[in-house]
Design a protein around this ligand. Structure first.
Ligand code: BES
Ligand code: ZN
Ligand code: ZN
Length: 492
């Protein structure tokens, strides 16, 4: 599938045209491009109950003209619509068009942002909306019918803006799908070594990779990470990806991604129902890979990006770390493991210590870290925490631009005593049932250099869709990847 701009007089005969409509608007957006047939079609759609309400849709085959069908997509009230409304509407239109075996699909975006911004949102929406995970189904997957998505442009200049937005959105959207593919894989088909292979595939075009095996991880002193691996038959890996832009880097950014390829809970075993989706506990690592996949293609200047992914299963094998065991982290701090299911913070502790030594200007971590995050924020909003208000604000702005929702939780130091251990420097859990997401954030903060701006994203809430949403099927959502990429691009 490709994306291109198209002048209105070049719309192919037999075209499928998506027409966005605000609630109760007289005409659809871009109606002036499509001749009188579109107004007649909208009148027909109205008769059938289409009023442009948010997420309403109607397919009409016009009687006259050369356009084969109009797909009307409701955007709701104009005063409430935003660029993300277009993203979701594009996903909806693409799903409908593909279901109708359309080969091409034309869009005219409403002016809710610049032409480039809305084109980017359309391309992202199309990619995300059409995503399916079929690798493990025996029926030959129905191939994508949609070949070309066009953005109708009034002139050359607008055409260029649209194509620029399409390029960015296509790359970001397919990078999110790349992460979804890794996350949706069955856990025994997405073991640490499989993820290493996936990361190797990213090397080139400005991206390099260092792979640390178990011996090297030991040598670096990552005892917290290694502790989590002890109950697993699969060897651990620590990956360090680097993207260098052509010019001098003004900003060095690090991203640590939690890479638990399956979280059984370890000896503090999870109940079966909680384990069902625990293949998505490597969403953070997959997000890091996705960011690098996008960087390869988008090649933003002025930045250097480092990705760090500790990869291991969390299993209850006979050598597994036991509740009460003490692990020595890379930073030297000792950790009493009182619950082996609080393993994400253990592997990230060492990843953040490693990252702190890389001369970065800022560091992120992204992790399906706490069940408490799901309780606090549901499945639509990710939790954000950090040690630097300026960086956190910048990430909030990137999230808003990417159409992803995040909410800040306070890393209140008065909760820190909960992490005091009687035998080690820290313990890995606080008081059960109390601010679990914040406690995990406070724990991680102990492993970030004090002067290094750091932002923690807990995506346990948003990483998995248990039912279809506007931009996702059931399964991995690839949440917050768009935000991370948008944030990196903001330094351009
Ligand atoms: N991977 C889980 C967190 C999680 C739970 C993600 C549900 C997505 C959905 C994490 O490793 C974990 O098990 N955390 C424990 C921590 C607790 C023992 C302090 C949790 O949240 O229950
Ligand atoms: Zn766990
Ligand atoms: Zn986990």
């Amino acid at each position: 599938m490709r994306f291109a701009s198209c002048p209105p007089n070049k719309i192919a005969a037999g075209a499928t045209v998506a027409v966005f409509c605000f609630d109760n608007a007289k005409r659809g957006i871009g109606a002036y491009f499509y001749g009188p047939s579109v107004d007649q079609a909208l009148a027909e759609a109205r008769n059938e109950g289409f009023h442009g309400k948010l997420a309403q849709s109607s397919v009409i085959r016009p009687r006259n003209g050369s356009i084969a069908r109009f797909i009307f997509i409701g955007l709701g009230l104009e005063t409430e619509a935003a660029v993300d409304t277009v993203r979701r509407g594009a996903a909806q239109a693409a799903r409908i068009a593909n279901g109708l075996n359309a080969k091409n699909l034309y869009f005219k975006a409403p002016s809710l942002g610049t032409a480039t911004e809305t084109a980017q949102a359309i391309a992202e929406g199309v990619r995300l909306g059409l995503y399916r995970f079929t690798e493990f189904q025996s029926a030959t997957p129905t191939p994508l019918k949609l070949e070309t998505v066009f953005g109708v442009a009034k002139d050359n200049e607008e055409g260029k803006s649209i194509e620029a937005g399409f390029k960015t959105g296509d790359n970001i959207g397919s990078s999110v799908c790349f992460a979804r593919d890794l996350i949706n894989r069955p856990p025994s088909d997405a073991t640490p070594d499989v993820l290493v292979r996936a990361a190797r595939g990213l090397v080139g075009s400005g991206v390099s990779l260092k792979v640390f095996n178990k011996t090297q991880i030991k040598k670096m002193g990552m005892g917290a990470f290694l502790g989590v691996n002890r109950g697993s038959a699969q060897p651990p890996y620590f990956l360090h990806l680097t993207y260098k832009s052509a010019g001098k880097a003004k900003r060095k950014i690090g991203i640590c991604g939690k890479g638990i390829t399956f979280d059984s809970g370890g000896l503090s075993l999870k109940p079966p129902a909680s384990m069902e989706t625990m293949k998505y506990d490597m969403s953070g690592a997959a997000s890091v890979f996705a960011v690098f996949r996008a960087l390869r293609a988008l090649k933003p200047g002025g930045v250097e990006v480092h990705g760090f992914t500790p990869l291991t299963e969390n299993m209850p094998g006979s050598r597994a770390v036991k509740p009460g065991d003490v692990l020595k982290s890379m930073r030297g701090k000792t950790i009493e493991v009182l619950n082996t299911d609080a393993e994400g913070r253990l592997i990230l502790a060492d990843a953040l210590s490693y990252a702190s030594r890389q001369g970065l200007h800022e560091v992120f971590d992204i992790a399906t870290l706490t069940g408490a995050c799901v309780i606090a924020l549901g499945n639509q909003i990710a939790a954000v925490m950090g040690n630097n208000d300026k960086l956190t604000a910048r990430v909030k702005a990137a999230a808003a631009k990417a159409g992803e929702k995040i909410w800040e939780l306070p890393l209140d130091k008065d909760y820190l005593p909960q992490l005091k251990s009687t035998v080690a420097d820290l313990k890995n859990i606080g008081t059960p049932g109390q601010a679990g997401t914040i406690i995990a954030g406070l724990f991680l903060k102990e492993f970030v250099d004090a002067g290094l701006p750091w932002v923690h994203l807990d995506i346990a809430s948003v990483g998995w869709a248990s039912s279809q949403t506007p931009l996702s099927e059931i399964g991995s959502t690839g949440a917050m990847i768009r935000t991370l990429i948008q944030h990196i691009l903001s330094y351009n």
